[in-house]
Ligand binder design. Structure first.
Ligand code: DC
Length: 663
């Protein structure tokens, strides 16, 4: 994941291919709580791995649930409806409303003594209606800062259910959901009735709650959307195993990307379809109203590129509060204006989403108006799109939505600030998007870094790549592995054997995963780092036909969001149009000392004077050789790092990159 403050998205043309999305956040956190309240073990498969599910898992573990994790599954041994650990504790719940609300309800009924905290934004998200509903039946819940908002202190108290419990339904449906999930805990003596006061919003999320409760053996009776009854003696019964479907809200960005695509291809979303229990699946209907061409299968969706031929709509979006944000982005590309109504709940989400949407849409050139619970968007004419730096307000959906602005027809770059906020529900969102998109023109940036041996270019290049979220090409590794494999096959590394070496290398199956390199499924990253392989690599790298054979492979590393390429001819031959070329140097004695330190730390004995002499000889050979000699590209920036720490060198390169982009 990116380690940076922003991510620049180049103009995008289309998105096609096939994608499986992470599990639904709403289902994941409800299922985790239900499994924790049940008796015995529940295997939860395809669980979303994100910030919000992590805080829930941490909280459940603190409360005494035993967790066993495997790749995309977790096995929870539940509490069986009572808390073993009644000692005082503090639960940190980040900004996860889907953890704070139901845990507040469940813990106050279970007689826990807990303080529930979170990030600052959590303290601005109302919880009063839920607290008041629970106080009606005797729960002891205290506000520790502002009345009506977390943090909360819950203390053991006697619960006494008599009259129907009233809860407001028009601020957040999560209050009702919290009660529905928790009240079966205290239903031993009588049935429990919940009455909704005011018009219930976001009904589809309540449907998810009811559906999942039924899967855990609790069958709620309901009278329209006004009254819900939990039968006497309800008990959570684990289904043993449960699969979490792909997140329908996350799917909205890919549905929009498919619809905004030029060309004739399709984008297929797997793991979500007609059978979905998520309300946001109805985003499909809204997108169709705007003109998107979507086919729905039992467990997949297919979106046909339709050249951005969308039309504006006027829609009540109460049933799709989260995915409706994506409609705002589609509206920017449509014919005619769009009005989205009944979206008041946006104001109490991760940020005030109505206000945030208006501000950021205006930055990219849109005319947008807001009311208490509506938003009106006029499409942006082709010539009016503006490049902008989009603030994301620590709201994952703001970041994902505005990535769609990169499909603008005028080739404008969109900067997403704090791109890591997508971690709340979709940590790999941008990587997933980049795997599917084609850019408008040759716009994937490449930074080239070269320099003499032991100048530290490899470390510098890989660290710069990491902080920008770029891919990394260590081109020297390709010559090293060629030499390594050829030697293993007993081929003498003489130029007379060049053809044989080219043939051997071109048949290899190569795989690069982070810092690991696999040749025919064998990990060789460490094996090619020895001094001997380095010397042999120097021999094969002087073979012109081998160099030519490796050109396409090296260029294939140039993928979104960008590439840092390290090695001899990166700036001159492989990526001559690279916008930033760095030539790293350090005096030979400094390099010899660094190499010495490195070898000693690897347990290899070494002598500085010999290393110094070797380096000088290698520099002379590298600079004077006829094929790809070591020399700075004419437009390279020189960086002498003799007196710089690695951190200072990284910062220097990042500053060069920032100032180029600012320009
Ligand atoms: O950077 P390194 O030590 O891993 O490189 C191994 C050899 O390959 C070294 O002699 C330089 C050479 N090389 C090259 O000729 N062209 C490149 N693009 C990268 C490395």
């Amino acid at each position: 994941m990116f380690n940076q403050h922003f991510l620049d998205l180049p103009p995008l043309l289309s998105a096609f291919g096939s994608v499986t999305l992470p599990g639904s956040k709403s289902i994941s956190n409800r299922v985790l709580l239900l499994a924790a309240l049940s008796e015995g073990q529940t295997w939860v498969h395809d669980l979303l791995d994100s910030d919000d599910t992590q805080v829930m898992l941490d909280a459940l573990e603190q409360l005494g649930c035993h967790l066993k994790k495997e790749q995309h599954s977790v096995c929870i041994t539940g509490l069986g409806g009572s808390l073993q650990n009644l000692s005082e504790m503090t639960l940190f719940l980040g900004n996860a409303g889907t953890a704070m609300r139901p845990l507040c309800a469940a813990l106050s009924l279970l007689g826990a003594n807990v303080t529930m905290t979170g990030v600052q934004r959590m303290y601005e998200r109302p919880i009063k209606d839920l607290v008041e509903a629970l106080q009606q039946i005797g729960a002891s819940i205290e506000y520790l800062q502002d009345p009506g908002f977390p943090p909360l202190k819950i203390q053991h108290a006697k619960i006494n259910i008599c009259a129907p419990i009233e809860v407001r339904g028009d601020v957040s449906s999560q209050f009702l959901t919290a009660l529905l999930l928790a009240l079966p805990l205290v239903s031993q003596d009588s049935e429990i009735q919940i009455k909704v006061v005011g018009e219930l919003i976001s009904k589809p999320y309540v449907e998810i709650t009811l559906n999942l409760l039924a899967q855990f053996g609790v069958h709620i009776k309901r009278d329209g959307w006004r009254s819900f009854t939990i039968p006497q003696g309800s008990k959570y019964i684990s289904p043993g195993q449960i699969h979490v479907e792909s997140d329908a809200s996350s799917a909205s960005y890919f549905i929009a990307a498919g619809a905004l695509s030029m060309g004739t291809e399709t984008l297929k979303i797997l793991g979500l379809g007609e059978g979905s229990i998520q309300g946001d699946i109805r985003f499909v209907e809204a997108a169709r109203l705007m003109g998107a061409n979507i086919t729905m299968g039992a467990n997949h969706l297919e979106i046909q590129a339709n050249q951005r031929q969308l039309q504006g709509i006027d829609l009540d979006c109460n049933h799709i509060p989260d995915a409706a944000m994506t409609l705002v982005m589609m509206a920017l590309f449509a014919q005619g204006e769009t009005v989205l109504r009944n979206i008041g709940s946006w104001r109490v989400k991760e940020t005030d989403r109505i206000s945030a949407m208006v501000k950021e849409c205006q930055k990219i050139g849109a005319e947008v108006q807001e009311g208490a619970d509506w938003i009106r968007i006029k499409p942006i004419a082709q010539a009016n799109w503006k490049s902008a730096s989009i603030k994301t307000y620590d709201d994952h959906r703001m970041a994902m939505c505005f990535s769609l602005a990169a499909f603008n027809p005028d080739g404008k770059t969109i900067r997403i600030e704090d791109p890591r906020c997508v971690g709340k529900t979709f940590p790999d969102y941008f990587e997933t998007l980049f795997d599917l998109v084609q850019t408008l023109g040759d716009v994937v940036p490449v930074i080239c870094i070269d320099g003499p041996t032991a100048s530290g270019k490899g470390t510098l290049a890989s660290e710069v790549a990491k902080s920008l979220g770029f891919h990394y090409l260590d081109s020297g590794a390709l010559y090293r592995l060629s030499a390594f494999v050829a030697t293993e096959q007993g081929i003498d590394l003489d130029v007379s054997n060049e053809e044989q070496i080219v043939e051997l290398v071109s048949k290899l199956s190569l795989r690069f995963e982070g810092a690991s390199i696999y040749v025919n499924d064998r990990e060789i990253s460490q094996a090619i780092r020895t001094e001997v392989v380095g010397m042999n690599a120097s021999k094969v790298s002087a073979m012109p036909r081998l160099r030519t054979a490796l050109v396409d492979l090296q260029r294939s590393f140039k993928r979104l969001p960008g590439l840092v390429a390290d090695g001899r001819d990166m700036a001159s031959v492989i990526f001559p149009n690279s916008p930033l070329k760095i030539y790293l140097t350090a005096d030979a004695m400094t390099r010899a000392k660094r190499r010495h330190k490195q070898l000693i730390s690897m347990g290899i004995s070494a002598n500085i004077d010999i290393l110094y002499a070797d380096l000088k000889a290698r520099d002379d050979r590298d600079m004077s050789r006829s094929v790809a000699p070591l020399k700075p590209a004419t437009d390279a920036l020189m960086l002498d790092n003799s007196d710089l720490s690695i951190e200072q060198s990284i910062e220097w390169v990042l500053n060069q990159w920032r100032s180029k982009n600012a320009a």
